[in-house]
Design a protein around this ligand. Structure first.
Ligand SMILES: [Zn+2]
Length: 394
């Protein structure tokens, strides 16, 4: 799940100290050249809160990761980078792999992503490695707007990857020049730990040449999910998508009224949402607002990406969660169903209703398989819960 508002607005024009990590990896990608070093004269020891660049792979880099030196070194040593697909340079899908094309879409949205065939619910629509990753969990937020630092990082990339980044839309033209304006307009959260990030989940920001072309909808037909195992951003179809239909993700927190969503969209992304949900009649829209606020009221922590943190308001009943599932289906908020179902399973376990709890956990698992893929962390967590229920039900 992802939403990017509200974000801190800070700006800085300060030129930052930037260097590459000297050694790419303890297990070199190829014998020819395992490191990329900027000739920088005497070695400078930087405090750990200044940005360092990691280039992957070392030759003809496809990804630049900007992080503290200790974190960069950790990432550089991931076994993931030794995978054959990466050695052969397969960092982004080719056009023949894709069930969609990037084209001009109506409604003043410039470019968008359109399905070129029927895509079935639960299908992996696209999986793509980021071009640019900026970890602001430890680095200062000011680096989000540090254009010169971002340009230095981009200058190290393979030219086609750099051009891909620079060709993305900048909705902040007046306030932010292209690299930082493009970053603010397009970033998606990236996960650099094996378990889903909690709390400040948007701290690591990624730019993807293809994924970032998708526009927003208040009833998105795909779920953006970051798969740590392959270090890829993915779109999973949460319902059937028809040929010619626009493929949309969510930029905004969806469990709000239309008015509030519009306000936030205009403030943070400079667009007025014209999605199907936002263009309903006044009466329908009021009904929709009530359904969304009802779901929001049940689970104060519903936005956290980890199941471990799902928490119910006190006094929530199974019947209310049943209603929440129904409302989520009516509002086509399929991305929330797994979370509601898992909360129900936990509540039923507390009530020692083992059979019903098992049914809810299975439905939660199905929902997560569709929105995050069969090998995702949350699917495994549901399987663990099902094991536990079986143990109790005996
Ligand atoms: Zn909308």
């Amino acid at each position: 799940m992802h939403f990017r508002d509200p974000i801190d607005k800070k700006s800085s024009g300060r030129q930052s100290l930037t260097r590459t990590v000297d050694s790419f990896s303890s297990t070199p990608l190829s014998n020819a050249d395992s490191s990329y070093v900027i000739p920088s004269g005497p070695r400078i020891v930087c405090p750990d809160n200044t940005p360092h660049f990691l280039l992957i792979p070392a030759v003809n880099p496809q990804i630049v990761l900007i992080d503290t030196i200790s974190s960069t070194q950790k990432v550089a040593n991931w076994e993931l980078w030794d995978q054959p697909a990466l050695r052969s340079g397969h960092f982004r899908p080719t056009s023949k792999d894709l069930p969609y094309s990037v084209e001009t879409v109506p409604g003043g949205k410039h470019l968008g992503v359109v399905a070129t065939r029927l895509i079935k619910a639960g299908e992996l629509v696209v999986s793509e490695k980021p071009t640019f990753v900026l970890n602001l969990l430890k680095l200062d937020e000011k680096y989000l707007d540090d254009g010169p630092m971002q340009l230095s990082a981009l200058s190290l990339l393979a030219p086609e990857r750099r051009d891909g980044y620079m060709s993305l839309y900048n909705c902040f033209e007046k306030e932010h020049s292209p690299p930082s304006g493009i970053l603010r307009t397009n970033y998606l959260p990236v996960d650099i730990t094996p378990t889903p990030d909690v709390g400040d989940a948007c701290g690591v920001k990624g730019i993807f040449e293809l994924l970032c072309r998708a526009n927003h909808s208040c009833s998105p037909n795909v779920n953006y999910f970051f798969d740590f195992a392959t270090f890829s951003g993915q779109f999973w179809a949460v319902r059937d998508i028809q040929l010619g239909e626009e493929i949309c993700i969510q930029y905004l927190w969806l469990l709000r009224t239309r008015e509030k969503r519009r306000e936030v969209g205009e403030e943070y992304f400079r667009f007025t949402c014209q999605c199907r949900v936002c263009t309903r009649s006044h009466a329908e829209s009021e009904q929709g607002d009530a359904r969304r606020l009802f779901i929001d009221s049940l689970m104060p922590d519903i936005e956290t990406p980890s199941l471990a943190n799902d928490k119910l308001n006190e006094d929530v009943t199974v019947q209310q969660l049943e209603d929440a599932v129904k409302y989520a289906e009516e509002e086509e908020l399929f991305v929330f169903i797994g979370r509601i179902r898992i909360a129900g399973a936990k509540l039923l376990i507390e009530q020692q209703s083992w059979v019903e709890a098992g049914a809810w956990a299975r439905l939660a698992k199905d929902a997560f398989v569709r929105s995050q893929g069969p090998s995702s962390y949350n699917v495994k967590a549901c399987e663990g819960l099902l094991e536990d229920i079986r143990a109790h039900a005996k």
